[in-house]
Design a protein around this ligand. Structure first.
Ligand code: ADP
Ligand code: MG
Length: 262
């Protein structure tokens, strides 16, 4: 989980180590619908440093997913710049973008987007097909990723045989298998009950502790407080950007929640 910045030099000055992994400068995003234009992002500036855990909040339509799509290199700003690990991604062609996406970024969505009649292991192995690895190495990585999310015992289960929480964990393992430096999650707990949601947050906090940078979209304040920083969007602009004073600890919260069968 190293950044390109760290790859390029062996000895790091502290200020270098603290260079942002994500830097958004004066970004606007328009969706062109023929007759009308939707102005989805209206001048966004945002910096995220390595090891941060940021929750993005805001009501429906405020631009959260538009931002996430951009952070994930799935879409480009209409104007302004997006620097990922210091690289201006708006200058890159499709192939380089896909390459950056596979190497640096992991995605988790509200709907788990897993293949149904396929095992957990096969689902997690899928993104490694783009990496130039042998079959054994790919399976080994997929197994490790499933172990990291506590599903080491269920690698051969079909995803349709798993609970919602387990499916989301498979999706997280799939996002991690190429060892990204940033995890992007858009409403990952939106379809889960409250205990399962906190269990997912525990996984996120563990990963963040190990150095993974996380950007999480949620509309639930309780979930946002598992992050270290909360950024609030309104009408395509950032209205608030604050450090969380007392970050909720998922492990503690779980102690006081009734267990489920999951
Ligand atoms: P959020 O995720 O905060 O609910 P979105 O980023 O999805 O908000 O949407 C921001 C605005 O952009 C909304 O007005 C939405 O209708 C519009 N929008 C989002 N995606 C598209 C699209 N692909 N085409 C046209 N308009 C879009
Ligand atoms: Mg959205």
């Amino acid at each position: 989980m190293q950044t390109a910045i760290q790859d390029e030099s062996t000895v790091l000055a502290p200020e270098e180590a603290a260079l942002p992994v994500i830097r958004i400068e004066a970004v606007h995003k328009y969706y062109d619908l023929g007759e009308t234009k939707v102005h989805a992002l209206r001048g966004i500036d945002l910096e995220i440093k390595p090891g941060e855990f940021v929750a993005i909040m805001g009501s429906s339509g405020s631009g959260k997913s538009t931002l996430m799509n951009m952070l994930g290199c799935l879409d480009k700003p209409s104007t302004g710049r997006y620097l990922l690990d210091g690289i201006d991604v708006s200058q890159l062609d499709k192939k380089s973008l896909a390459n950056i996406r596979n190497r640096k970024l992991g995605f988790v969505f509200q709907g788990f987007n897993l293949l149904a009649r396929t095992t957990a292991l096969e689902n997690v192995e899928l993104p490694t097909l783009y990496a130039r690895l042998g079959k054994d190495e790919r399976l080994e990585r997929a197994r490790k990723a499933l172990e990291m999310v506590g599903l080491g015992e269920r690698v051969e289960h079909f995803t349709s045989q798993l609970s919602g929480g387990q499916q989301q964990r498979v999706a997280i393992a799939r996002a991690l298998v190429n060892r990204p430096s940033i995890l992007l999650a858009d409403e990952p707990t939106g379809n889960l009950d409250s205990r399962t949601s906190v269990e997912i947050m525990q996984i996120f906090q563990d990963l963040n502790q190990q150095g993974l940078t996380i950007v999480l979209v949620t509309h639930e304040p309780d979930i946002a407080h598992f992050a270290k920083r909360i950024v609030v969007f309104r009408d395509g602009k950032i209205r608030k950007d604050e450090w969380v004073e007392r970050q909720s600890q998922a492990a503690e919260v779980l102690l006081n929640m009734p267990a489920t069968d999951d």
